[in-house]
Design a protein around this ligand. Structure first.
Ligand SMILES: *Cc1c(COP(=O)(O)O)cnc(C)c1O
Length: 434
């Protein structure tokens, strides 16, 4: 290996020999923005440090889980204590029950919950459950929403409604996605047309309530209301994928915000992950009792996991949920995120750069677009070259935002006023170079 002064570069070369692309999840490779990914040595509070010893203000927070910041002393102490009691048993524990009780107490739409190890697993299991419960095959998803990498969900939009999407990944047989219908997000007319044509065959509609995998795009209240009405009319289930938004945009998650505007609003099944593990591999899906009772060992829908409800992960998740349940936690986070977003917007305006922002709780998005987009094709009209220049300019100054224009941003409780001020100062300098 030729030694460079950039230890990230050296490590990337070493990693590429043994791990495809040098990373264990594609977005970490910086393919969208180019350049060398930063290999993290350690993290504390709002920061992490890379192989070169450079400090970064962390606005990805492990893509969502680190809502308290890194290494919160109470979480660390709880995890240490759990480690001393054993890593995994393959038998039930009280902590799983306590975590389930805590999740249900915060999420009134869920009567029962099943714990799993990743958001992908939770989403895939929720789909199987919806199909098992309804006895139907077809599923509706929206272009630009991500629900993990289960085969049936790796589908790109087709050219017309009657034509089903084609798989977006090699290795996914056409047969496996033939029942997946891909519609445009926030398009009520397309949704109505799909239900008019195929309503009796649709098992479920799965959606991100605020799409965090095409940067940050809210479902309109009208769109959400029509999905709820149409699924109910046609005997289909509504699955809310709150893996990213869950416990991050509000203590009651995104569904609590939509319930303020749509009377009695509740999804049938909710998928959760990220924050609920506090940085440990933990995810969940839950919903109405009559649906959840279809799961094995009670019902005929099979689902299982060797490490499901892992005792270390549940300890970490439970302590995290306890701490974020403190009164005013999300209101304060929302204010802080708003400060960053409004500040960025002001700096962009001052530099004469078209820019739009949105945020909720500790989740945010910014676009090099004059208006907020409402669906994926609009998101992708962003000036990629300008975004990439912004990203690298900020990175140079120790400000780590998501390395792709279609990813959301994450604020934690550990970010201070000084951190935000420093980020805005860096942005002022970078916007001038765009
Ligand atoms: C991250 C994410 C997933 C997948 O979760 P993993 O733990 O990465 O498998 C699913 N849905 C949404 C909305 C996500 O943001």
């Amino acid at each position: 290996m030729t030694h460079t002064t950039d230890l990230n570069q050296d490590l990337l070369a070493r990693a590429k020999r043994v791990i495809p692309g040098g990373v264990n999840s594609p977005v970490r490779a910086f393919n969208a923005v180019g350049g060398v990914p930063r290999f993290v040595e350690r993290a504390q509070g709002a920061y992490f440090w890379d192989k070169n010893g450079q400090r970064f203000t962390d606005y990805i927070g492990s893509w969502g889980p680190m809502i308290l910041g890194h290494g919160h002393p109470q979480v660390v102490a709880t995890v240490h204590a759990a480690v001393d009691e054993g890593f995994s048993y393959g038998a039930p524990t009280e902590r799983e029950v306590a975590l389930a009780e805590k999740i249900l107490a915060l999420m009134p739409s869920m009567d029962m919950v099943r714990l799993v190890s990743s958001g992908t697993e939770a989403g895939m299991s929720a789909l199987r459950l919806a199909r098992g419960f309804t006895g139907r095959n077809k599923i509706v998803k929206f272009n630009g929403c991500y629900h993990g990498h289960a085969d049936a969900l790796l589908v790109k939009a087709g050219s017309g409604l009657a034509t089903f999407g084609s798989s977006s990944s090699a290795g996914v047989p056409a047969d496996v996605v033939k029942d997946t219908i891909v519609l445009e997000y926030n398009d009520v007319a397309q949704l109505e047309e799909a239900f008019a044509k195929m309503g009796s065959e649709i098992a479920c509609v799965i959606m991100e309530p605020i799409a965090g995998n095409m940067n940050f795009v809210r479902a309109s209240v009208e769109f959400t209301r029509r999905i709820r009405e149409l699924t109910q009319e046609h005997g289909a289930l509504m699955i809310y994928d709150e893996v990213m938004t869950g416990f991050r945009v509000a203590l009651g998650s995104a569904q609590s915000l939509y319930a303020q505007q749509i009377e009695g609003f509740q999804p049938d099944i909710t998928v959760m992950g990220k924050v609920i593990g506090g940085g440990m591999p933990l995810a969940a899906f839950g919903g109405r009792r009559e649906i959840m009772e279809k799961l094995s060992p009670l019902g005929g829908v099979y689902q299982a996991g060797t490490l499901s409800g892992n005792p270390i992960a549940t300890a970490c998740g439970l302590k995290t949920l306890e701490l974020i349940s403190a009164p005013g936690f999300h209101a304060e986070l929302h204010l802080k995120t708003g400060q960053l977003m409004q500040g960025l917007k002001a700096e962009a305006d001052a530099a004469g750069i078209p820019f739009s922002v949105d945020w909720q709780g500790g989740l945010f998005g910014f676009f090099f677009l004059p208006e907020l987009p409402t669906h994926y094709p609009q998101v992708m009209t962003t000036d990629q070259a300008r975004f990439n220049k912004f990203f690298h300019g900020m990175l140079q100054q120790g400000e780590y935002f998501a390395p792709a224009l279609y990813e959301a941003g994450f604020m934690s409780a550990a970010h201070s006023q000084d951190d935000i001020d420093r980020t805005l100062e860096a942005a002022r300098a970078v916007f001038k170079t765009l």
